[in-house]
Design a protein around this ligand. Structure first.
Ligand code: TXA
Ligand code: MG
Length: 368
């Protein structure tokens, strides 16, 4: 299949171009499009057959459910059996925007979209291209991140090209996305909302809006083989670069800070890797990038503004892939505010491998 790539104006998306994409969606085809978080791979969310094509293009296990994207608040009504009061408050506070909520599904949502679950994930993106495309399609758009399953999510149209060229009908190129990590997911089916995946709508913001919010344990640590995580996607090794990624971190109160001991340990590991003939990558920040003396050094952004790190994280991981790096040593970040989302993606990409600075070479599980 020839994949058509169309450039779209992010601020004033051209309806004439979007109409062609909307028609592909209505007819059951696949269109990748930008959202404010990452690029999505869209299909008609009410057609099981269309959802099947998404799983095939991504190579994604079919028990991993898809998010339904809507363009206006009222479009949620036919998709769910009810909207609880806390969900209303979260919608008022954060929609349109990078927040997905889990509801009991209605009869019109096919099990092919929800991975067989009785619940459905719904999100209303704020990105103008995404929002207008969904409105023109006239159906809820099922869209996972537009990457091959297991690779870092795409934050630019070029990343989508790398993974999806020849597999889907169209890619809408709206330039690089703003946020860079996927939406926050909150389960609102129980009495207390539960955070299933951290994102740009942070835990602190959720608690400000609705008070009590719990955290699913799959966010902070590895999921045991016999435990079924609430967001099925959390059990897979995700966001994974080809190289093995290892986090280097301080313990306890200094965790997340880059101390001289962290820089020193990363330099030591990098030199050791290089001497063993491995190509080493170092994932760091603007504040420290000049302190590394060996390997391919990439800064994801500045610690002063963590949104710069969220924005570039996946692009940097993809760049290490392109450079055929064998092992990546990464600095760590504080696990609050946006740092919670950044560390969630990094620890999962690392398969929870952490080396604590000062404990030469000893590997432990994060959260131990
Ligand atoms: O920012 C985003 O959310 C992007 C853009 C394209 O909107 N989409 C995205 O989709 O990240 P995806 O499929 O890569 O991740 C969706 C996550 C998966 O971990 C999946 O398991 C979880 O949402 N999920 C979907 N439906 C669910 C449900 N009914 N119950 C629990 N988890 C669900
Ligand atoms: Mg994904």
């Amino acid at each position: 299949m020839d994949t058509k790539v169309i450039k779209i104006n992010r601020d004033r998306p051209e309806d004439r171009l979007l109409e062609e994409a909307a028609q592909i969606l209505r007819q059951g085809g696949l269109v990748a499009f930008p959202t404010e978080t990452v690029y999505g791979l869209g299909a008609n969310g009410l057609k099981e057959e269309a959802a099947r094509k998404i799983y095939a293009a991504k190579g994604r296990p079919s028990d991993n459910p898809l998010i339904l994207h809507i363009s206006r608040g009222e479009e949620i009504e036919p998709l769910v059996t009810g909207v609880p009061e806390t969900a209303r408050r979260l919608m008022d506070a954060f929609w349109p925007g990078p927040l997905t909520m889990i509801f009991p599904k209605s009869g019109i949502v096919p099990y092919g979209t929800t991975g067989g679950l009785e619940t459905v994930a719904v999100r209303m993106p704020s990105d103008k291209i995404a929002n207008r495309l969904i409105a023109l399609a006239g159906v809820p758009v099922a869209a996972p991140s537009a990457n091959t399953s297991g690779r870092p999510s795409p934050t630019a149209a070029e990343h989508v090209m790398q993974d999806m060229d020849g597999k889907i009908e169209m890619i809408l190129d709206g330039g690089p996305v703003g946020i860079g990590v996927e939406s926050t997911i909150v389960d609102v089916t129980g009495p207390v909302p539960v955070l299933l995946r951290p994102g740009a709508v942070t835990m602190e913001m959720l608690r400000d809006a609705v008070g009590r919010v719990e955290i699913d344990p799959a966010i902070t640590g590895p999921v045991a083989a016999d435990v079924k995580p609430k967001a099925p996607g959390m059990k897979y090794r995700h966001y994974a670069p080809k190289a093995s990624l290892i986090l280097v971190e301080e313990r306890a109160e200094a965790a997340g800070k880059v101390t001289p001991a962290v820089v020193c340990e990363i330099n030591r590991l990098a030199r050791q890797g290089a001497s063993e003939g491995r190509r080493v990558g170092i994932l760091c920040t603007d504040e420290t990038k000049d302190r590394y003396s060996c390997g391919v050094v990439r800064s994801a952004g500045t610690r002063e503004r963590e949104e710069t790190i969220a924005h570039s994280l996946f692009a940097v991981l993809r760049e290490f892939d392109d450079l055929d790096v064998d092992v990546i040593y990464s600095e760590s970040f504080a696990r609050d505010h946006l740092g919670q989302a950044i560390m969630n993606r990094l620890t999962k990409a690392a398969g929870y491998q952490v080396i604590y600075a000062g404990e030469k070479g000893e590997e432990r599980y994060a959260g131990e």
